[in-house]
Structure formats: structure tokens, C-alpha cells
Design a protein around this ligand. Sequence first.
Ligand code: NAP
Length: 304
Amino acid sequence: MTTVLFAVPGLWADYQAELPKALAEAGVAAEVVTEAAPETVDYIVYAPSSPLQDFSPYTRAKAVLSLWAGVERIVGNASLTRPLCRMVDPGLTEGMVEWVVGHTLRHHLGMDRHTVNPGHAWDPTCPPLARERPVTVLGMGALGSACAEALRALNFPVTGWSRTAKPGCLHGEDGLRKALAGAEIVVTLLPKTPETENLLNAERLALMPKGAVILNPGRGALIDDDALLAALDAGHIGHATLDVFRVEPLPPDHPYWTHPRVTVTPHIAADTRASSAARVIAENIRRGEAGEPFLHLVDRARGY
Ligand code: NAP
């Protein structure tokens, strides 16, 4: 019998039925527990917020399976020598697509002018068509590529940018400059790594056309906050809709809360959904038991 330690106490209520069900459907004979002697554990279902931080006693563990997509808080943990898999969950992806498409359409259609219009101004200016509004997605992984596909389905011309070269996608510093210079809306869906920290700094923000909008559901550290506030104050960046921050919850006195060109959403762009995520976890445990390669393995050296 395979022992699966569910090490995310706050989420047990969501998974205690879903995970055993998904494991049974995957044909894995496993017991899911919330406490166990470390040396008896085969798999650890984990989140970087878990109290478990020292993995060294888990000598038998075949993998650590994260419920989070972003792993920057665990990727450098020296006691974790087992394979680490991150979460790629269809439910989470669906949520991110909805958040990105919704906020893109808000800015594209200029909805704020009509929803908050105390003076009842009659301005019959029509927004351009989506085909006339270029969007750049920085980070074309599981989430970025799904968002790009949904935006393209609405006719937005989408430019993607990633670390490695891939068809139809820009990469490298030149690619980034081109991607920013051509974008009226920029969506940041990169992981937080040493290479992506402060990626949107003053110099790169200046490359974006005047009035461009930033949507950041990736990680707070992708943006140099002081540079963004300066670009917003100067009117160079038209608006920033931010879901993630260096410090969360965003401190009450942070200037983002009151800035007229900033919308704060409280890290709700996309949540891992227990019903679909349990199936991803179960499939990885099935693979581990069958000696097949794990899905969504984190490359520790790369940081994501
Ligand atoms: P992913 O599949 O690992 O994709 C990451 C993408 O970023 C890849 O396209 C990768 O390029 C690119 N990238 C990484 N480092 C880069 C660099 N130095 N330069 C250029 N591109 C780089 O990750 P994902 O599942 O799409 O998730 C992305 C991030 O979203 C997560 O790390 C997390 O921070 C965030 N997130 C936020 C929420 C929320 O609720 N706000 C929810 C889930 C996730 P390659 O394709 O070349 O490898």
C-alpha cells in the first residue's frame, strides 16, 4: 500500500474525498493520511505554505507534489532532494484565462468610462476592434499559452515571449524589446526566478507605447514597483491591474491601493481546484508507481 502524506492542513477539507477518489480512478492502491512517520511516506502532497520545511527525514519519498503552480518558495530548499512536481491544473488554467480575458476586455472596451459615469457624459466614441489592439504575453507556459490562445480566439493579435525559442514566440532581450514596444496590453505570466525579478523595470516600461496597460497575475517581483508607480504618475503607463505583490496581503498603506491608475485584485486570478488537481496528483502517483516519468517536473537549476 502506497502512503500519501497530505501536508497542506488548511486544504484537507477540500481534498479528503477528492484525492482518494482520484487515486482509485487512477488504479492506485494508496492510503492518504495527514500524519505519518516520515520514513513510511511514499509521496508528499505539498504547498509552499505548508509547515513542512525539512524533507530530510522522508527517506522513502519518491516525489513531492505541489498544489501550487509557482514554486519559488520551495525550489531552493536544500533538504528537498526528491523530484519536485508543480501544479498544472486544468481548473487553475481555466480560472487564469477568465481573469486575463476579463481584465483585457475591461481595458480594451474602456468599460470604466461607462460603469462609473456620475456626470452622465454622452461620449459615443467606439472602442477599436480587438484585431486592432496588440497584446503581449510574457511567459508562454501552461498559463500564458492558454491565455494567448483565448485572446487570439477573440481576434487580439497576441505576441508571446518565453525563455527558449519556440514557434510563433519571441525570446531573448531583443525579443522582449520588440514584444513590449508593440503592445498596448502586456500580461505577465512568468515565474519568479533570479532572471525574471524586476523584469519590468524603468527602461523596459519606457519601451511600451504611451497609455499601455499592464496585467500582472504572475508574481509581484516581476515588476519594479517604484518604476511602475513613476510610469503611472507620468501617464506613460495608462493602467496596471495587479493580482500579485511582493508582500501579500498588500500592506494597507501601499500606494497601489489608492493610485487612480491601479486596480488591485487580492491574488485571486487563479486557484488550484481540488477536483481537477486531485486527478493531476493521482496521475503523477500512478506514474511514480509504474516507473514512468513524472509530469510537470520542476527544474531546480532553472528555478521553475
Ligand atoms: P510555466 O508553465 O512554467 O511557464 C513559465 C513560462 O515563463 C515559460 O514560457 C517560460 O519559458 C517562461 N520563462 C521563465 N523564465 C523566463 C525568463 N527568464 N525569460 C523569459 N521567459 C521565461 O508556468 P505557468 O504554469 O504558466 O505559471 C506561470 C506563473 O504564474 C507561476 O510561476 C506563478 O508565479 C503564476 N501564477 C499565479 C497565479 C495567481 O493566482 N495569480 C496562479 C497560478 C500561477 P519557456 O517556455 O522557454 O520555459
